[in-house]
Design a protein around this ligand. Structure first.
Ligand code: NAD
Length: 248
């Protein structure tokens, strides 16, 4: 039980096959009280109920600063504190550079990067007051290798921005006892990627991965658990690649 009684907030955690929901399940198994945030209240509440009693599900669009603050306030009111935030909500668009219009750029940057800023700002006061906290930011291998199979250049840029923001927050919040780390998943089979992966494409992609397979949501959840728990109390500003060796 690595997160006994810790209050853990996970954004974008209602999607059935997603990394956020897998992380919520793992955190709950480790004793956490989990707050699941997602766009639809009904879906977030249902996902929280799936975890068992003592968890909460709330509607929160991470691009809306007031909604982030309201969600954090409600979590503190209902669960007493906030120990962990996983900035997981994200969207991607498979566009080429000349196809990216202002609306695409805004949508992708707003959820992935602005959302990470807003939700972090919403929980930092509670963490500072406690003198402790752990924030995990979801970036992507797309930030490191300049594009993935499904993310456009604007997605790569937003996820690279997440790494800069994460490191700056780690530097600023370290003295307050708040650690800020990031995870860079490779190709993980979720709803973001799932529909587009034919069996042939999977075999082709796996050939370029030293560990010989695509990732699953639990692979990423395990890294989040490490970064959220006391196993990583001397780690901040770090980035953990969960990609089967794709970048070696
Ligand atoms: P997913 O689509 O299953 O989950 C994303 C979740 O974010 C959904 O539940 C969605 O409703 C939610 N969401 C979208 N916009 C939101 C908003 N404005 N406010 C709140 N919630 C919002 O995708 P996933 O693959 O589980 O992705 C989770 C994270 O991992 C994302 O940040 C994604 O960019 C990142 N990632 C995924 C992969 C991959 O291969 N699947 C690789 C690298 C990084």
């Amino acid at each position: 039980m690595l997160l006994n009684d810790r209050v853990c907030v996970i954004t974008g955690a209602a999607s059935a096959r997603g990394i956020g929901k897998a992380t919520a399940r793992l955190f709950a198994r480790h004793g956490a009280r989990v707050a699941i945030l997602d766009l639809e209240a009904g879906q977030a509440e249902a996902a929280a109920r799936d975890l068992g009693p003592g968890h909460v599900g709330l509607a929160c669009d991470v691009t809306d600063r007031a909604a982030c603050t309201a969600a954090a306030d409600e979590i503190v009111a209902r669960l007493g504190r906030i120990d962990v935030l996983v900035n997981n909500a994200g969207i991607t668009q498979p566009l080429k550079i000349m196809e990216i219009g202002p609306e695409h750029y805004d949508a992708v940057t707003d959820v992935n990067l602005r959302g990470t800023l807003y939700m972090s700002q919403a929980v930092i006061p509670a963490m500072r007051q406690q003198g402790s906290g752990a924030i995990v930011c979801m970036s992507s291998v797309s930030a490191q290798r300049g594009g993935g199979i499904f993310g456009g250049p604007h997605y790569s840029a937003a996820k690279a921005g997440v790494l800069g923001l994460q490191k700056a927050m780690a530097r600023e919040l370290g003295p307050d006892g708040v650690r800020v780390n990031a995870v860079t998943p490779g190709l993980i089979q979720t709803d973001i990627t799932g529909g587009k992966l034919t069996p042939e494409l999977k075999v082709e992609i796996a050939k370029g991965i030293p560990l010989g397979r695509l990732g699953v949501a639990d692979d990423v959840a395990n890294a989040c658990l490490f970064l959220a728990s006391d196993l990583s109390t001397y780690i901040t500003g770090a980035v953990i690649d969960v990609n089967g060796g794709m970048l070696i």
